[in-house]
Design a protein around this ligand. Sequence first.
Ligand code: CAA
Length: 384
Amino acid sequence: MDFSLTEEQEMIRGMVREFAEKELKPKAAYHDETKEFPFEILKSLARLGLMGMNIPQEYGGSNVGTTAYSLAITEIAKGCAATAVTTSVTNMVAEVIHEFGTEEVKNKHLPKICSGEYPAGSFALTEPQAGSDAANIRTTAAKDGDSYVLNGQKSFITSGGQSGITVVWAVTDKEAKRGKGISAFVVEKGTPGFIIGKNEEKMGQRASSTNELFFEDCRIPKENLLGQEGDGFKISMMELDGGRIGIASLALGLGYAAIDYATEYAKGREQFGQPIANFQAIQWMVADSYTELDAAQLLVLRASFLKEKKLPFGKEASMAKLFASETAGRVTIKAIQILGGYGYTKEYPVERYHRDVIVTTLYEGTSEIQRHVIARSIFGRKQG
Ligand code: CAA
């Protein structure tokens, strides 16, 4: 077994780490405060090849693989988690279009995603009554000549208001068995009948926009269908397996950022006549945090490795997301504890790291859904 990264993976991690340190970290509090969407930063990330990391170069991607992608998302999240989730979801959207789009759809949209011409991509599955129960969506897509006509509502869509391209899941066959009548489509920004609703007022990751979307007789060409009619639910599940590696990587970045900060703080903060880093109570919090984060990172890298090798990785991705997001949540609380009262103020970044990490146990499948996916792969699916 070889735990070392390739030269290219090391280089990408180093490059993104430097970018995050210089360009993301100094502006993260501002973006958190103002909710300002980081358009220019995202363009710079696209220029660095970070928007189509698993997309072949013929479509403008950098095709560096899932491990490099995971490392990059972790580094971006250390600087700004809102930017990291936008980048992660955009990569996921590029992948679903690459895997299931027609050649025409791929040629039209992938270069724009990878180059940053589209500020972001969106993944519109969730609806008000269909969160964890994603098969329960009600948005419809009715075939009409050479078009599909979409009607319905989506909620909590990352970058929904900003993205150039949105992948939308809709019911094409109401009579089909559960999960079998759903299809996936690409919808371009500005298509008549595609209406952007409110941007949620969130606790964390505030510069990532999270929108309601409405479809009112929204007509799209039939070529915008991804894969076959009726395959949409499976497509969403397959893509979410990969997306969960991205969110796990993001959570890791927040955990490391928090404990790195707290460790440095502990070396400089004096109480009882000495740095608090001398106290075992502090040392053990730091030791536990790095141990658990490193364990989480091994799970994330295993899932990345399997995906890159095109081996089954769904259970492993769920394990990685479950453990990384819950670990990072505990670590950010410890970081606040180490800073004491200061940690609870906006003068220091650890309260933001904690607010930012909470959603990682919610989006792209809650921790409960990850446990369900893992348990199901152990016990088998319930019959009947
Ligand atoms: N890969 C391939 N196929 C899969 C699959 C996978 N990982 N998971 C399920 N399928 C297939 C099944 O095999 C089944 O097909 P067959 O009947 O032909 O065998 C079909 O899909 C239906 O599967 P289930 O019966 O398991 O479906 P279910 O209704 O029981 O749901 C679930 C399963 C795991 C609970 C699923 O609904 C789920 O993952 N829920 C969470 C939704 C989620 O993660 N949402 C995130 C929204 S996007 C987001 O958050 C992005 C963002 O902006 C940050």
